[in-house]
Ligand binder design. Structure first.
Ligand SMILES: O=C(O)c1cc(=O)[nH]c(=O)n1[C@@H]1O[C@H](COP(=O)(O)O)[C@@H](O)[C@H]1O
Length: 238
């Protein structure tokens, strides 16, 4: 996953996804299938994307009792995705159970998908975390606490905002992955995201992978937007 730009395919159905991907024929992509697309299309969307040789992040953010998460992860592992996630707030026992389910469900000969934990959603502000989640410290501390818990539980990394990734690598090492949504080029609107940064800022933080949705999928020319964000992220000067 190192240095990947993951495109969030937040579309309602397979038809719109395949239509969108036509412009990317020459690119081997890392794409994210989230709740809307997976709930509408089911595992067949994963099959269709694998046929096109794209890497896949199946983003269903599991958060339930350990037994339920373990059994669900066993099913998800059988799809042959590259990356899946849970909410760190589910706790250490749940995260360990997620890994057990993935190990049990990964077909022989395949690598188990990497598993990362959402710390604090990038749509959460400091004020919201304090007034609605009742955290007493700072939001950064909360992100770091969740990241430490995820690492102790054996996970491969976390989802956080680009603003916290540098701190996480400093504390937990560069091998522990940070995957960061909340990426907004200077000209883009924040929409519902609260903790955002540019692709160039993300590059300076040692982030493993950035996740970008609407700045690409809603762009007038999605391929052009993708290439521009990718170049900014990789520090390529044209
Ligand atoms: O787990 C995620 O992917 C995720 C976590 C998070 O904290 N924030 C977040 O935005 N995401 C996802 O990342 C994508 C961001 O999309 P845009 O805001 O359109 O770039 C969406 O598909 C979100 O579901």
């Amino acid at each position: 996953m190192k240095d990947s730009l993951i495109i969030a395919l937040d579309f309602p159905n397979k038809g719109q996804v395949l239509n969108f991907l036509e412009a990317f024929e020459s690119e081997q992509l890392f794409v994210k299938v989230g709740m809307e697309l997976f709930y509408s299309e089911g595992p067949s969307i994963i099959e269709a994307l694998k046929k096109q040789n794209h890497k896949i992040f199946l983003d269903l953010k599991l958060h339930d009792i350990p037994n339920t998460v373990k059994r669900a992860m066993k099913v998800l592992a059988s799809f042959g995705c590259d990356l899946v996630n849970v909410h760190a707030a589910g706790g250490s026992e749940m995260m360990t159970a997620a890994l057990e389910g993935l190990d049990a469900g990964t077909p022989s000969g395949l690598k188990r998908p990497d598993c990362i934990a959402v710390t604090q959603l990038t749509s959460t502000s400091e004020a919201q975390a304090k007034s609605e989640q009742f955290i007493t410290g700072s939001l950064q501390e909360s992100v770091l606490n969740y990241a430490e818990l995820a690492k102790r539980s054996g996970l491969d990394g976390v989802v956080c905002s680009p603003l916290e990734a540098g701190m996480i690598h400093h504390r937990l090492g560069s091998e522990f992955h940070t995957v960061t949504p909340g990426i907004r080029p200077l000209e883009s609107e924040m929409q519902d995201q609260k903790r955002t940064a540019t692709p160039a800022f993300a590059r300076e933080q040692g982030i493993s992978a950035i996740v970008v949705g609407r700045p690409i999928t809603h762009a007038a020319n999605p391929l052009e937007s993708y290439l521009k964000i990718k170049n900014d992220w990789k520090g390529v000067r044209l």
